[in-house]
Design a protein around this ligand. Structure first.
Ligand SMILES: O=P(O)(O)O[C@@H]1C[C@H](O)[C@@H](CO)O1
Ligand SMILES: O=c1cc[nH]c(=O)[nH]1
Length: 286
């Protein structure tokens, strides 16, 4: 199904400059994105440059240079797969999704799926576990994404594609990568919103934190990050399939600080990549 614009103010004949990518309809031939089938995204620019170049090496698909002309995001293309970082949190992710979805709509891309490859904090799961999300909940512990528009509170449904989740889980199993299925809490900050005790501010006690983590566990939550509700709700609204694959850097039941040595961090960061690229290569048989 085509990615189509949900905005009748945009005129097909007029220019549209995608400011945060640094290019637009009249400055870059967006037709080059017509064959895109997968958009892989996650927080850090360096991670997605690394992923794009590794995927290119493994598949012999050529890797573009960074197609973004701004310093906000990177956009790499390897055949039918785009690699775009989204920064930290829903506001940054929302900008990236809006501009990526417009770019794909202008290009006439069809049957595109988005996958978030990220890091997270585990809730009762060991560090290094790849959590493949079956739902996203917000800070109110509801499966909703809340936007404020015109001073009004707008609630959006969150949803993740069950077929993709199951196939990603199968891919993890085949690769012997420790994985779990569960809901993901999308917090609006890294410290108090995730009930860390090590932020600059902390007005609650340790037992409050553990009460909350146990409550999350009882709701089926297995990890905490900062983009899942915006990611899943925006894609549902756009009519595009989405999945979330985040490795845990720690078990929050055992502490708050991320204290991995560089090699372990890099090995953990490669786990979602290995799971997702095995899944993608099966789809595009590259
Ligand atoms: O994709 P990343 O690794 O950025 O996801 C998590 C959630 C926040 O973006 C960030 C906080 O450390 O990592
Ligand atoms: O604990 C963590 C680790 C990574 N990202 C988060 O949002 N929380």
């Amino acid at each position: 199904m085509s990615v189509f614009l949900h905005n009748n103010h945009l005129n097909a004949a007029e220019d549209d400059f995608l400011y945060h990518f640094g290019f637009g309809k009249y400055t870059k031939d967006l037709a080059q994105f017509a064959d895109v089938k997968f958009v892989c995204t996650g927080g850090s620019a360096h991670r997605f440059e690394l992923y794009a170049k590794l995927f290119s090496k493994e598949t012999a698909l050529p890797c573009s240079e960074n197609l973004a002309l701004s310093d906000r995001y990177v956009v790499y293309k390897t055949g039918p797969v785009l690699w775009i970082n989204h920064g930290i949190g829903a506001p940054s992710l929302s900008i990236m999704l809006n501009e990526t979805l417009k770019m794909l709509a202008y290009a006439g891309a069809k049957d595109v799926s988005f996958i978030r490859l990220g890091t997270s904090g585990g809730v009762g799961v060991a560090p290094g576990t790849v959590v493949i999300s079956d739902g996203a909940i917000n800070g109110e512990l509801k499966q909703k994404y809340v936007q404020w528009i015109a001073g009004e509170r707008v609630e959006r449904e969150t949803h993740l594609d069950e077929g993709m989740r199951a196939e990603l889980a199968q891919s993890a199993a085949h690769l012997d990568i420790p994985h779990a299925q569960g809901k993901t809490l999308c917090a609006d900050d890294f410290y108090e919103g995730q009930m860390r005790l090590d932020g600059f501010f902390c007005n609650y006690e340790s037992e409050d934190k553990f009460d909350f983590l146990r409550k999350l566990q009882s709701l089926g939550v297995r990890n905490i990050e900062m983009e899942s509700t915006c990611f899943s709700a925006t894609l549902l609204r756009a009519g595009v399939k989405g999945a979330i694959c985040c490795v845990t850097l720690l078990n929050r039941m055992d502490g708050d600080q991320v204290k991995l040595d560089k090699d372990t961090y890099l090995e953990f960061e490669m786990r979602p990549f290995r799971v997702v690229t095995a899944y993608i290569r099966k789809q595009i048989d590259a």
